[in-house]
Design a protein around this ligand. Structure first.
Ligand SMILES: [Zn+2]
Ligand SMILES: [Zn+2]
Length: 659
């Protein structure tokens, strides 16, 4: 069994790249006004002396923040970087792969350095702007230089990403004079020393109606049966129009394999024909192949879900016009391939330009507003969705549609609650409107006796879904656990699921969020899509299976299409009668006392990506994956700790080598 050795072993093994890149670069932008990445994500497995470490780290961060400002100011005045400043930059960028890892899986030392960086950089840039009155261009120039120093992108691309975000960030900072570095980093990282303390960011809520069925136990479901509906779930195609076979896949930037990045001297470093495990998106032929394979293999499917992210990770150079071309081509492909079969799409964080930023609807500056995206989506989706969806799509990119009598879909745009959406900093409570609409829509569905599937791009509970929003969402789940029969997500590119627990009675599992994985390999994954079996009366998912191909094998045979195979059939492979919340909660507890079975789940989760398998996963790496299933809210470790106690106790030998 592959060994997990110390922290490096964990990180190597847990890599869940997902959208980190988009995020990272974005974050970086904050660097501008400031942040890099940071902090101790919610479901990191924490050492026993965590509280003590945190106290020490707080002191360190405070001192670092002050000193960084002093040293950086000297540099800005004289043009010379002191030895100390070089050291401090070195500390911030100490982990070369830091900017490519999914933050939720960052080992503690990374997260700690990231939070330190966030606070130091934001404090410094806030002072430049507010106290020293620096103008836009000066801030932008200096932020681009910091980006370059931290090796995030080339100097040229640093300037591009800064210029794409700087006006929004300055608008927010100038209009929110009480916004501190602590709050900014607290929103972005949500834990560790970057903890959120500002009550206006913590205390907003929505109105939840009384009533609803009392929760008396974990939710069960029927077993899979012959008459079940079949739903195809495709997500995260990340079509890169600049992808070129043979171009540099080890480009040193957050997104590779692109025209303009050159052909490497060593052909082994060239992009594969069908995609690449390294930090690359998908060529059009791979996007087309995946959608066609899903349709060909499941002609009997009733519906198709698409949970977002069509656009590439070249976040420093996306444009509205370019995004429109990529999205039009992709939606047209779905129409061509699936014909009259209904497709239910939602927006990903990459669909907007700049990436990740979804302004409140009352912000009407055309360079800030996402209105172009909402109007475009309303037009594109009109072929699949009823006319009544137009109004909310144009308003905020979300909708509800009755699929058939008794069965409703709610398509959310929860990218607004992604912690890298700068507009949360401007007005955290603007997220109330869509959540209240969700609640009200569920209330009406309940009155009409309907069951509901919720589709959204960002999984709830991950370290990157804003915790106050996640708490309000959980209140909705608690109230409508009986109406909401499944949730479907994307974004992480991992083939995984989340079990949701009751707020009032945490031993009861009340809902499941199914993640479709992604057809893009970014990064280290094999491409996949998922098929669900759904009971036609209760509309609960009774079973699901995943389909994938080996990227290594496909690229060795560039002249024929990839061979799609079944990765797993969930009930069969884990000997379950169904995949209800009760069943999956039971499985999670089984995982805690059976590392071999948990490892199998991990192998499916990473879709047997060769780099993952080579790195392996054991000990804390496995425990991290287990914790990800049960963490419903950033910084809530209760379930993780309970399972961890069983897992570690049982599996002592796996941890011995760690310390
Ligand atoms: Zn995403
Ligand atoms: Zn994605």
């Amino acid at each position: 069994m592959p060994r997990s050795v110390g922290v490096a072993g964990h990180s190597g093994a847990v890599i869940r790249f997902g959208d980190s890149m988009g995020r990272v670069t974005i974050v970086f932008t904050v660097v501008i006004v400031a942040a890099v990445i940071g902090s101790i994500a919610s479901y990191q497995v924490k050492p026993a002396n965590y509280e003590k470490l945190l106290e020490k780290q707080k002191k360190f961060d405070e001192a670092f923040e002050k000193e960084f400002y002093v040293e950086h100011t000297k540099y800005v005045e004289t043009g010379d970087r002191s030895e100390r400043l070089e050291e401090m930059f070195e500390h911030i960028r100490q982990k070369p792969d830091m900017f490519r890892l999914e933050m939720d899986n960052h080992p503690l030392p990374y997260l700690t350095a990231e939070c330190t960086a966030c606070r130091a950089l934001i404090t410094t840039y806030l002072t430049y702007r507010r106290v020293l009155g620096w103008d836009r261009d000066r801030i932008a120039e200096q932020a681009a230089s910091t980006c370059t120093t931290l090796n995030i992108l080339t100097a040229e691309n640093c300037l591009k990403i800064v210029n794409k975000n700087i006006d929004i960030l300055l608008y927010i900072i100038d209009n929110r004079p009480s916004l501190t570095a602590q709050t900014i980093c607290g929103v972005i990282f949500q834990s560790g020393t970057c903890v959120l303390e500002d009550p206006s960011f913590l205390n907003w809520s929505i109105n939840v109606a009384g009533g609803g069925r009392p929760i008396t136990g974990s939710k069960t479901s029927p077993n899979r049966a012959a008459g079940d509906l079949k739903i195809i779930h495709i997500t995260d195609v990340h079509y890169d129009p600049h992808y070129r076979t043979g171009y540099n896949a080890v480009c040193g930037e957050p997104c590779c394999c692109r025209e303009g990045q050159g052909i490497p001297a060593n052909p082994a470093n060239g992009a594969g024909e069908w995609g690449d495990y390294r930090d690359c998106d998908s060529p059009w032929k791979a996007v087309e192949d995946a959608v066609r394979a899903a349709a060909r293999q499941h002609p009997d499917a009733d519906y198709v879900y698409y949970t977002g992210d069509i656009i590439d990770h070249g976040v420093w150079e996306t444009t509205v016009a370019g995004n429109i071309v990529s999205m039009t081509r992709t939606y047209q492909l779905f129409r061509d391939v699936f014909g009259s079969k209904p497709v239910y799409p939602v927006l990903g964080n990459h669909e907007n330009n700049p990436t990740n930023v979804f302004a409140p609807s009352y912000i009407d500056r055309s360079d800030f507003s996402a209105r172009w995206l909402y109007d475009f989506s309303a037009d594109q989706w009109a072929s699949w969705l009823p006319a009544a969806t137009q109004q909310t799509i144009r308003q905020g990119g979300y909708y509800t549609a009755l699929v058939r009598p008794g069965f409703r879909i709610i398509g959310m745009n929860n990218n607004d609650a992604y912690t890298f959406n700068w507009w949360i900093l401007y007005d955290p409570a603007y997220l109330q409107a869509q959540l209240q609409w969700l609640h009200d829509t569920l209330l009406q569905a309940e009155a009409a006796g309907e069951k509901v599937h919720i589709l959204a791009h960002i999984p709830i509970g991950a370290g990157t879904s804003y915790r106050t929003w996640a708490r309000q969402y959980r209140r909705i789940l608690e109230r409508f656990w009986d109406v909401i029969t499944a949730q479907f997500h994307g974004h992480t590119h991992a083939d995984e699921f989340n079990v949701f627990y009751s707020l009032s009675n945490p031993q009861h599992a009340i809902s499941v969020g199914f993640n479709g994985g992604g057809t893009v390999p970014f990064s280290n994954y094999n491409p996949n899509y998922v098929v669900y079996y759904v009971n036609p009366q209760s509309y609960q998912v009774t079973d699901f299976e995943s389909w994938y191909f080996s990227l290594t094998e496909a690229n060795q045979n560039p002249n024929r299409n990839p061979i799609w195979m079944q990765l797993y059939s969930f009930s069969r492979d884990f000997q379950l009668s169904n995949v209800s919340p009760a069943s999956l909660d039971g499985l999670v507890r089984r995982f805690a006392s059976n590392p071999a079975e948990l490892r199998r789940y991990w192998e499916f989760k990473v879709k047997r990506g060769d780099p993952f398998l080579a790195a392996g996963c054991a000990g804390d790496c496995l425990l991290n994956h287990l914790c990800e299933i049960v963490t419903n809210e950033a910084n809530d470790d209760s379930k993780c700790n309970a399972l961890g106690a069983i897992f570690r106790n049982l599996d002592d030998e796996l941890f011995d080598e760690d310390k």
